[in-house]
Write a new protein. Structure first.
Length: 296
């Protein structure tokens, strides 16, 4: 496996919606055991545990994309060297924004939410998104999933006991406002909050990792997002068979984590970051390969 001496020694893990940094707990432990410093920042206001957010989801209701990006930029921009950045689901879209803004040495996104302009919407994605999109009033709420909805959206290929255990350990409500705004952005003139420059040649290398059985962010979404990039910077995709949306916690996650790290170390740059910011104060502490398909 790669060693920190061969590249950046810090990895930043960005979580998605309906989960918290706890969803990265296995990856944190694995990467720290290899000598990496691992930061898994929570969205602003979410620096508490899953159980607390389920009791009081009001911090989720107040979330905005600018606030999330300010937090993430403070973490990544406050480091001495550009880190490896990995994002899952909505965290994948935020990772793409970070790279576009000049942060990070390399980016890996798992089952990423799309950036602006990606219009592919498979039926499974519409069904998985229905709990939020069925009611415009959800724009002002934190919207949770029932276990049955979670099962379809996050753990459709899992055994029953593992799926229910993951629901109890990881699930929190998601921001209806951000979810709705990301959908409406494609119908509003001009770039909105999840827009990137697909022609940005200065962007760090980017890998899309896709689970073949993901219902929320299916492979078609990942391929479409990738095809929007027209820059000369490395942009690749790798699909893992049999994986559902909660890839960081699914059995066999080690294979995905190792592939992501190997690719990231191989492609990491050492160029200076374009932006700097204050150091982050809050990060989550975890409890005590084949080649990719390149797109030119």
């Amino acid at each position: 496996m790669p060693a920190p001496s061969k590249g950046p020694d810090t990895i930043v893990l960005v979580h998605g919606f309906w989960v918290t940094p706890r969803s990265w707990e296995n990856w944190i432990t694995r990467y720290e055991a290899q000598g990496y410093r691992v930061l898994a920042p929570a969205y602003p206001g979410l620096e508490v545990e899953v159980e607390s957010l389920n009791r009081d989801p009001s911090p989720i209701e107040r979330l905005t994309v600018p606030a999330i990006m300010e937090k993430l930029e403070s973490v990544v921009g406050g480091l001495e060297e550009p880190p490896l950045i990995m994002g899952h689901s909505a965290g994948g879209a935020f990772t793409q924004l970070l790279l576009d803004r000049g942060y990070g040495a390399v980016g890996v996104v798992l089952d990423s939410a799309p950036t602006e302009g990606v219009l592919v919407a498979p039926l499974s994605q519409l069904k998985a998104s229905f709990p939020v999109l069925k009611n415009p009033a959800n724009r002002h709420k934190a919207v949770g999933l029932t276990y049955e909805q979670w099962r379809y959206t996050f753990t459709n290929t899992w055994g029953e006991a593992d799926a229910r255990g993951a629901y109890e350990r990881y699930h929190v409500p998601a921001s209806g406002g951000i979810f709705w705004d990301s959908v409406l952005a494609n119908f509003i003139p001009g770039p909105q909050e999840i827009a990137v420059d697909y022609n940005n040649d200065a962007r760090a290398p980017l890998l899309f990792i896709s689970g073949s059985e993901d219902h929320l962010m299916p492979p078609a979404v990942q391929r479409s997002n990738l095809k929007h990039y027209k820059s000369n910077t490395i942009t690749e995709i790798k699909e893992f068979e049999g994986r559902s949306h909660l890839m960081p916690a699914q059995k066999g996650w080690e294979e995905v984590a190792d592939f992501a790290l190997t690719w990231a170390v191989e492609h990491a740059t050492r160029r200076p970051q374009m932006a700097t910011a204050r150091r982050a104060e809050s990060v989550y502490e975890a409890p005590s390969a084949p080649s990719a398909e390149a797109v030119q």
